[in-house]
Design a protein around this ligand. Structure first.
Ligand SMILES: Cc1cc2nc3c(=O)[nH]c(=O)nc-3n(C[C@H](O)[C@H](O)[C@H](O)COP(=O)(O)O)c2cc1C
Length: 302
């Protein structure tokens, strides 16, 4: 068992990154059943009762370990942490800000904490705050980004050198080549987002999945949200935002997300996706993605 599979309790050191409404119980269970580690998302959650329902629904679907993401910018993050403790979740990721306040209560509840960081300095701070492992998330990844970032290729070794903790690479990993590259850089596991959207089990609308398949490696951009940025598909709406012709804040909220991610109206909201879109060319099952990644069914291109 590696340090990461020991921490996660999963067969493979592959975390399915939290992805808002997409990380529903079916998705999380599919990943955990396939030997990865599914994560429920709470970044947009506003109701601890619904978060508890999601944790319980996931337990109905799998008896394999799964985790959850706590997003520090969500003011209810500490309440969600208590819910996960009560529901027996053993490992969470913390992202979107400093983990300092959450780590002591999570540890007291017996929950291991993996902190998502965009640079070596915040990885050092997370280690000082008591993190059990670090996700080093490169700027090519889909979703929320800090205002400064570096690529996974540079970030992962920088974080490996900076801390004395197991490091998990995120950003631009979608197949066995990316997985092996991450291990070669010193990571002991990977966190994958965009590749898992284009899978059969994902509830994302087919238009979102097809857009990921069709988008080249140059087809994403960083949409400015003020305190942070979002790497997203360069749809017509996103192009307007990138030119400053359209405000971005409403396009990353409940209704816009429902209409675009789940409803398939690609110009109704921001559609987060990473540069790995350039290497995603099909919509397989979650199990096929994981097995190809770990080499059980090696990609013909590798
Ligand atoms: C649609 C979407 C939503 C995301 N939401 C979250 C989130 O709520 N919390 C979080 O920590 N990361 C979030 N992420 C980042 C992923 O968990 C993961 O770290 C990232 O996608 C990895 O890069 P990749 O897209 O190149 O695989 C999101 C990513 C996407 C694509």
């Amino acid at each position: 068992m590696s340090r990461i599979t020991d921490l996660l309790g999963s067969r493979h050191p592959i975390i399915q990154g939290a992805m808002g409404v997409i990380s529903n119980p079916e998705m999380v269970a599919a990943v955990s059943e396939a030997g990865g580690f599914g994560l429920l998302a709470t970044a947009f959650a506003a109701d601890p009762g619904l978060v508890r329902d999601q944790a319980q629904a996931t337990k109905e679907l799998t008896d394999k370990p799964f985790g959850a993401n706590l997003f520090v910018m969500n003011p209810l993050a500490a309440r969600f942490a208590r819910v996960f403790a009560e529901e027996g979740v053993k490992c969470v990721t913390v992202s979107g800000g400093s983990p300092r306040e959450l780590i002591p209560m999570l540890h007291e509840a017996g929950i291991r904490v993996i902190v998502v960081t965009p640079n070596a300095d915040s990885a050092r701070s997370a280690e000082a705050a008591g993190a059990d492992a670090i996700v080093a998330e490169g700027a090519e990844s889909g979703g929320v980004q800090g205002l400064k970032g570096s690529s996974t290729m540079v970030l992962v070794p920088a974080v490996v050198d900076a801390v004395n903790l197991p490091v998990i690479a995120a950003g631009g990993i979608g197949d066995s080549r990316g997985y092996r590259a991450a291990l070669a850089l010193g990571a002991e596991g990977v966190q994958v987002g965009t590749r898992f959207i284009a899978t059969r089990e994902c509830i994302a609308h087919d238009n979102y999945k097809s857009a990921i398949v069709e988008t080249k490696e140059t087809g994403t951009g960083l949409v400015d949200m003020g305190r942070f940025r979002i790497r997203a598909l360069r749809t017509g709406l996103a192009e307007k935002m990138l030119r400053g012709e359209e405000p971005a804040d409403q396009a990353f909220r409940g209704e816009a997300i429902e209409a675009s991610w789940l409803g398939g109206d690609l110009n109704a909201g921001v559609l987060p996706a990473g540069e790995i879109t350039g290497l995603v060319s099909d919509i397989p099952s979650v199990k096929e993605v994981i097995e190809e990644m770990v080499g059980a069914n090696r990609s013909q291109r590798s």
